[in-house]
Write a protein that binds this ligand. Structure first.
Ligand code: NAD
Length: 269
């Protein structure tokens, strides 16, 4: 763990959606290590959420576990209310929750389409709206941060790389890219920073089937010039920096944290 002097988020409050596993869990733990009080949102895996909370508390931080489906307006509103009741305010939102339900276009059901759009696109909209309302009401908290609030979308390299067989997922992430830029433009005058982190291949449950098989792992590696599959903490460390005042002049940006996956590796020779 990093030294206390590097606690960049002291006295800030963060909500991380989908924080019971993978990238969201990694981000929640890092933000906690940097001094933030963290709302650990989960959808179904309460045990995973408790494990996240325990790791934050073991590092001396505060955490609150809140169940909510990000696609449901009432549940999102209730989560923000619980966060405010527990910690007084909100300074940071990490829109991380996301799912895949893959199928060829001709086989994709309405349920597969709507579930992915609901979780990956409507969810971040509902959470961003609730966060922005709170940031605007609160204004800048002097001595806490130069911004009135910070929002990060955990998007994907598939916000710019088309992905056959995943039209619901790629469309949701393409939508996230434009939502992020639009909100960055809209909220900058209120000193609210909005950015995306677009991961490449990171070892989590979402792609476990691929990286657990030798063949799948080799295929993934062939798409990554840097030569290794990412870990959740590769994203978490960037997120902790991006929401800190060290990144105060960054808004409307997408950071591709992907080991070079967006560099068209098949053109390398
Ligand atoms: P993951 O499956 O471990 O995490 C996804 C989390 O979202 C889970 O904790 C899940 O419970 C939660 N979730 C799902 N539906 C939800 C809902 N309706 N409400 C609240 N939470 C919900 O996978 P991950 O890789 O950690 O994914 C996190 C984010 O990173 C996703 O947005 C994903 O699209 C993105 N991403 C992942 C990769 C990768 O290679 N792992 C690459 C690019 C982008």
């Amino acid at each position: 763990m990093e030294a206390a002097s590097q606690k960049r988020l002291q006295n800030q409050v963060a909500i991380v959606t989908g924080a019971s596993s993978g990238i969201g869990q990694g981000i929640a733990i890092r933000l906690g290590q940097h001094g933030a009080s963290v709302v650990v949102n989960y959808h179904s895996d309460e045990e995973g959420a408790q494990a996240t909370k325990e790791q934050i508390e073991a590092a001396g931080g505060k955490a609150l576990v809140v169940k909510a489906d990000v696609a449901q307006e009432q549940e999102v509103e209730a989560m923000f209310k619980a966060a405010k009741e527990a910690f007084g305010t909100i300074d940071i939102l990490v829109n991380n929750a996301g799912i895949q339900k893959d199928a060829a276009l001709v086989d994709m059901t309405m349920e597969e389409w709507q579930k992915v759009i609901g979780t990956n696109l409507t969810g971040p909209f509902l959470c961003a709206r609730a966060a922005a309302r709170e940031f605007i009401a609160q204004g800048i908290r002097k001595d806490i941060s130069r911004a009135a609030g910070k929002i990060i979308f955990v998007s994907s390299v598939h916000d710019i790389i088309p992905w056959a067989g995943h039209v619901n997922y790629a469309t949701s992430k393409g939508g996230v890219a434009m939502m992020m830029k639009t909100l960055a433009q809209e909220l900058a005058p209120q000193q609210i920073r909005v950015n995306s982190i677009s991961p490449g291949a990171i070892k989590t449950d979402i792609n476990r089937e691929e990286w657990e098989s030798k063949e799948g792992e080799q295929k993934m590696l062939s798409q990554i010039p840097y030569g290794r599959i990412g870990e959740p903490d590769d994203i978490a460390r960037v997120a902790a920096w991006l929401v800190s005042d060290e990144a105060d002049y960054i808004t409307g940006a997408t950071l591709y944290v992907d080991g070079g996956m967006t560099l068209y590796p098949s053109f390398a020779d």
